[in-house]
Design a protein around this ligand. Structure first.
Ligand code: GAR
Length: 188
């Protein structure tokens, strides 16, 4: 089995969708979900889905090899960022392949602080007519790694950040798990 770990900071609807997609998959398994927020809803969600969930501190994430050792012990091949807030430290990037999803068409509306609803609020405020999702490899800079997939959707004049977020989430649910699967197929 090829083991995936998911990192998430918030609600975790993408994490849930990925877990459901790979349930009973012949070769890919979501091993665990990790959050930097102790009270993130993703941790609750994950437990009800029968996947182990863990919380880690900033010190464990950046300043020690504890997390890296645990991920290696669990035989993690791929880390998925599904709504994860922190910049990934170089040690983790060197040891693991990491994929992120961003809810906009990078390089637009990316970078530090551009997260979740903030992205959609800015896209709507700028009267963009198009947004979408970017699935990309993670490197040392926020949202700057190689693109694996971009999918577009319209932004309508009457959209709010919430209506746009809902449209973007639908794209994420449709394309993210399959993009992960395809990446692993190409990698093997
Ligand atoms: C998703 O829309 C994801 O693209 C975004 O956070 C949301 C998490 O939703 N990620 C970023 O903004 C990363 N910069 P979820 O917790 O319901 O999956």
């Amino acid at each position: 089995m090829r083991n995936i770990a998911i990192f998430a900071s918030g609600s975790g609807s993408n994490a849930e969708n990925i877990i459901r997609y790979f349930k009973n998959h012949p070769t890919v398994r979501v091993d665990s979900v990790w959050s930097n927020k102790r009270d993130a809803f993703v941790l609750e969600r994950t437990k009800t889905l029968g996947v182990e969930a863990f919380y880690f501190t900033k010190e464990e994430f950046q300043g020690s090899d504890k997390l890296i050792k645990e991920l290696k012990n669990r035989n993690i091949e791929l880390i998925i960022l599904a709504g994860f807030l922190w910049l990934v430290p170089p040690e983790l990037i060197e040891d693991f392949t990491i994929i992120n999803i961003h809810p906009a068409l990078l390089p637009n509306y990316g970078g530090k602080g551009m997260y979740g609803s903030k992205v959609h609020e800015t896209v709507v405020a700028n009267h963009e007519t198009e947004s979408g999702i970017t699935i990309h490899l993670v490197n040392r800079e926020y949202d700057r790694g190689e693109h694996l997939l971009q999918v577009k959707c319209p932004v309508y004049p009457l959209d709010s950040a919430d209506t746009l977020a809902a449209r973007i989430h639908e794209l994420e649910y449709k394309y993210f798990p399959a993009a992960i699967e395809e990446f692993l197929n190409r990698k093997s």
